[in-house]
Design a protein around this ligand. Structure first.
Ligand code: PFF
Length: 468
């Protein structure tokens, strides 16, 4: 071991005396999957797949997960574990150690901005799921046809005060959990509820299997027709890989700072990515057969799951129970992701002039809640307000569309690009090697090659292509 390495190891040991480490690999996997698995998998993945023509889009998305998402997740967790602090301070420490530019901390600041924007609309959609728990429990879907179900969803969106109510309830839940400092209780809850969500998705796929259109759904998802893929579709797939894995904004860095030294980062990141991808594909398999069996439009947009799954629940035995459970679990998945979005904002506020956790959570949570009003209005009164219409990429986009586009398609890939460059080119080589401890020199070289060249080039190419 070199001197540099020793000083690194020492600094990490000192870094987190006030914070408990994750109780082990499984605990980290649960928390990281809790952040990754959320509305992105069950709500967003199916509808953007529908909007982008299916198979070819899914293929590009899978490629982005493997060639871009996974390496960046590894890099992010590595920075977090080395730095042992909040993202901004981990980057600050690592750059100071190696005499690098302090500008790298901007990646952390960008992450805070992304958290802010994402949570503001995430909470509104989480509110939709909450309101559907109530509808399900009241038996609203029993025997309803697609028109009735569509009407129900349309009715929800067109009523801003109702949307506000559910957005507020969702945000209040998140604020309450984050204010209490969470973790211990959360870990146990995720432990039980995530596998349950998985199981319920399997039930839904089972139901889809019984429809006449299962093979049509499978074909739509997995047989690529590249004539349907646009350059914007490729950017959407790239952006979604970041969104669904919670990458490019420091969340995985923050979680990595709690990861015990003896746990393999690579294996752990692979597990989280696989779990996340399987959940998304299951959601797709559950939804598209229903879309085709009921003559619905795959490109229906953000309402897709709220207009298809209730149809199935309304027809199956025990549907009311299943529906209630499903939307409840969707809320849980959304809350565990939302927590990981608010946490860095609060940590950052806490670091400023000793703001207390409660005050920090309230300041962060309430301003994000207020920003969410713009998303609430995007689906009704302001559906025709396109504030950035003068920029071609934002033409026809509502506030919700803009927040979504700006975070998933610009800020997160940009953050990820810098993270890959930092670990690939700038971070102390010995430190990287120690963190990876892959044991296979060839695998290690491959990963470094991907981080140095493949990941940055792919992100840049997709970016530039869309810009021109
Ligand atoms: N990965 C979450 C999902 O797929 O729903 C969303 C998300 C959570 C994005 C946390 C970014 C993040 F930092």
């Amino acid at each position: 071991m070199t001197d540099t390495t020793q000083s690194y190891t020492g600094s990490v040991a000192e870094a987190r005396q006030d914070n408990p480490m994750w109780s082990g690999r499984l605990a980290f996997i649960l928390a990281a999957s809790g952040s990754a698995v959320g509305l992105g998998n069950i709500w967003k993945f199916p509808y953007i797949t529908g909007e982008n023509g299916g198979g070819a889009f899914v293929m590009v998305y899978l490629l982005c997960i493997a060639a871009i998402g996974l390496p960046i997740m590894i890099a992010e967790v590595m920075i977090g574990r080395r730095g042992g602090r909040s993202p901004i301070n981990s980057l600050r420490m690592l750059t100071q150690r190696d005499g690098l530019s302090s500008r790298w901390t901007w990646v952390g600041w960008m992450g805070i901005l992304s958290s802010y924007l994402i949570l503001s609309f995430y909470s509104v959609i989480g509110g939709w799921a909450l309101s559907y728990v109530g509808k399900s429990a009241g038996g609203a879907f029993v025997g309803a046809d697609s028109e009735a179900i569509g009407g129900m969803f349309g009715g929800l969106l067109s009523d801003p005060s109702n949307l506000m109510l559910w957005h507020s309830v969702f945000m209040a839940l998140v604020i309450m959990i984050v204010a209490r400092g969470l973790k211990s209780g959360m870990e146990k809850a995720i432990n039980i509820l995530m596998p349950l969500l998985f199981l319920l998705l399997l039930v839904m796929v089972g139901y889809a299997l019984a429809t006449s259109e299962f093979s049509h759904g499978v074909e739509f998802l997995f047989s690529p027709d590249f004539s349907k893929l646009t350059t914007e579709g490729v950017l959407t797939a790239l952006g979604h890989a970041f969104f669904t894995l919670s990458l490019g904004m420091g969340v995985m860095m923050a979680y990595g700072s709690f990861l015990p030294k003896n746990v393999s980062i690579v294996k752990t990141a692979v597990t989280v990515s696989v779990v996340d991808t399987v959940v998304a594909l299951l959601a797709g398999l559950a939804i598209f057969p229903l879309v085709f069996a009921n003559g619905l439009e795959p490109g229906a947009g953000p309402g897709l799951i709220f207009q298809t799954l209730p149809l199935a629940f309304g027809q199956m035995t025990g549907g009311t129970l299943f529906a209630t459970l499903f939307f409840f679990l969707l809320v849980v998945a959304a809350v565990t992701s939302a927590i990981s979005l608010l946490e860095p904002v609060v940590e950052w506020l806490e670091e400023q002039k000793g703001i207390s956790r409660l005050t920090g959570t309230l300041i962060g949570g309430l301003t994000i809640w207020a920003l969410g009003i713009l998303t609430v209005l995007s689906f009704n009164d302001w559906a025709d307000v396109h504030p950035l219409a003068f920029i071609p990429a934002f033409e026809g986009k509502t506030f919700f569309d803009i927040f979504d586009y700006l975070t998933a398609n610009i800020l997160m890939p940009l953050g990820g690009l810098f993270i890959a460059l930092f670990v690939g080119w700038f971070m102390n080589k010995q430190a990287v090697e120690n963190e990876l401890s892959l044991g296979h020199p060839a695998l290690q070289s491959l990963l470094m090659f991907v981080l140095r060249f493949i990941t940055p080039v792919l992100v840049l190419v997709v970016f530039l292509y869309n810009l021109l």
